[in-house]
Design a protein around this ligand. Structure first.
Ligand SMILES: Nc1ncnc2c1ncn2[C@@H]1O[C@H](COP(=O)(O)OP(=O)(O)O)[C@@H](O)[C@H]1O
Ligand SMILES: [Mg+2]
Length: 515
């Protein structure tokens, strides 16, 4: 840099990107990245964050605008081009070859005719080890990637970017896949990188971590840059307001806490995963009427199997499932729904919705042959459409055209539809899985409020979510699932992330560290 430490390392000027179909994902965005800073890119789902960084990284061609790097206009034709200019990006989905070792992944795609000569391997491993030590990113260069935890794989991705000489590091929602402790460690690593003069773009929709780690925060909304603020002079409420364009209220309302009879009971339930490997190893749990139990945990610890066991989609190998006081261990899904189970599946596009059927028809699935949607054996189309318009409006499904196919909905809107359907059946037991995954922040609040409304109506609710803040906001009791077992239980109001995090990572709760 020509002697100006305050000057921008990267300047984005008037970046505009429209996707086929008409979405204006980036609308004339001006943004600077300075040397040695952490710039947070904050925005709801669909705000245009990944698109903007895709443009910077050479993955997407902008329709208009300019990128300057160290004052010089650049035009990256591919990520390879961007990497050559000192950029590195860690994507939401890692791009590592799982059956290769860490070191092998580092040299992948690089011209190295001598590889895999032994001295070359040693040199690579030594360089990795050096970088790892310097930046606090412990990994074993000889470990196979598929043996590493998600957090470790992410470190490999970061190291890989540094190994290739990245001065500018872009991380797209890096904490989404991490436990709270792993996220803390990552934030510390990023601070270290910035202190060492690297520049970091940190994409997130989580206000707290953005405030903790960033020097400056850029807020995107509907493809537009709505503000760029120093992190030190803003607050979570202000950022939340900028993100969604209105006031965000905390969702956990004062609740009565009345507990009725147990409506959903699991007794020593064992089940296997799709490969036949034990996935649930003796799970006991009990959800009472008016009670909301949250099941926290990192993805892949049996959540999916537990969900399916409760819904009736996966056989129980040992133990019992009781629904509304009756043994439902072997009951099929349809019977459980008839017995009052409301089910919001985690995999909504795969399982919950008929993609080719309209929103209206999807909203009356399972009830279509019955009153009030059917009279004298004929469908009452007007009643079905009225019902659909009411739910679509109440849950804010967009676009609201009730006769368009459900397959066109974005993930978040599909989720609103699934939740609307499940809640409109007045379930006495509600199984809600990942209810707000992929849903924009403004809608999260509304969905949470609707779930809590069922609670006030006396439903017994089991919430399975990998989003710890969601579990903490909603649940009266929090159970942590780890490797198919309940690793611990905490009262929802008293639980802290510091307490739950180690349980989620398979450790016993430690006394909270001094800050
Ligand atoms: N490849 C694509 N084709 C069409 N539309 C896209 C594509 N990628 C993103 N979009 C749309 O562009 C908008 C911005 O998306 P994105 O940049 O992924 O948002 P964010 O990363 O902030 O969640 C969204 O409306 C999204 O649906
Ligand atoms: Mg994104």
């Amino acid at each position: 840099m020509a002697g100006d430490p305050e000057g921008a390392l990267v300047e984005l000027r008037g970046i505009t990107k429209r996707f086929p179909g008409g979405t204006l994902a980036n609308d004339a965005i001006d943004l600077d990245l300075r040397r040695g800073e952490i710039l947070a890119l904050l925005g709801e789902n669909g705000a245009g964050k990944s698109t903007l960084m895709g443009v910077l990284y050479g993955l997407l061609r902008p329709d208009a605008g300019e990128i300057r790097l160290r004052g010089e206009p650049v035009r990256f034709r591919s990520p390879r081009d961007a990497i050559r200019h000192g950029l590195g990006m860690v994507h939401q989905h890692f791009m590592l070859v799982p059956t290769f070792t860490v070191a092998e992944n580092f040299v992948l795609g690089r011209p190295s005719p001598r590889w895999p000569l032994l001295e070359d391997r040693r040199a690579v491993a030594a360089r990795i080890a050096g970088l790892a030590r310097r930046h606090g990113l412990a990994v074993d260069p000889d470990a196979r990637v598929d043996r590493l935890s998600v957090g470790q794989q992410q470190r490999v991705e970061i190291l890989k970017a540094l190994y290739r000489g990245a001065e500018i590091l872009i991380l797209d929602e890096p904490t989404a896949v991490l436990t709270p402790q792993e996220a803390d460690e990552l934030l510390a690593v990023l601070r270290g990188l910035a202190a060492a003069g690297r520049s970091v773009v940190f994409i997130s929709h989580k206000l707290d971590e953005v405030l903790r780690v960033a020097d400056r925060v850029a807020v995107l909304r509907d493809g537009r840059l709505v503000a760029t603020l120093p992190a030190g002079s803003t607050s979570a409420p202000e950022l939340g307001r900028l993100m969604v364009g209105r006031e965000v209220r905390p969702s956990a309302a004062a609740r009565s806490g009345e507990r009725g009879e147990p409506r959903l009971v699991l007794e020593s339930v064992a089940a296997a995963d799709d490969r036949g490997v034990a996935a649930l190893r003796g799970v006991d749990l009990r959800v009472h009427a008016g009670d909301i139990v949250g099941l926290a945990g990192v993805d892949g610890n049996g959540q999916r199997e537990l969900e399916e066991v409760v819904a009736g989609l996966r056989p129980v190998l040992e133990g019992r499932v009781l629904l509304a006081g009756r043994d439902a261990t072997a009951a099929p899904v349809r019977e459980r729904l008839a017995a009052g189970l409301g089910y919001v599946p985690s995999d909504r596009h795969g399982r919950a919705l008929l993609r080719d059927a309209s929103l209206a028809d999807n909203l009356v699935l399972e009830r279509v042959g019955r009153s009030p949607f059917s009279r004298a054996g004929l469908l009452d189309r007007a009643a079905i459409a009225r019902h659909a318009r009411r739910l679509v409006a109440a849950f804010g499904v967009r676009p609201a055209a009730v006769d368009s196919p459900a397959g066109r909905l974005s993930g978040g809107n599909a989720q609103k539809l699934v939740l609307a359907r499940a809640l409109s059946r007045d379930p006495s037991v509600l199984l809600v899985c990942q209810p707000t995954r992929g849903v924009d922040l403004g809608a999260v609040e509304r969905l949470h409020a609707e779930i809590l409304r069922r609670l006030d109506a006396g439903a017994a609710i089991l919430l399975i979510s990998t989003e710890l803040s969601e579990v903490m906001a909603l649940a009266d009791r929090i159970l942590v699932l780890y490797e198919g077992r309940i690793a611990g239980e905490r009262a929802g109001t008293a639980a802290t992330a510091e307490e739950l995090g180690p349980l989620m990572g398979g450790r016993r709760a430690e006394p909270a560290r001094a800050a």
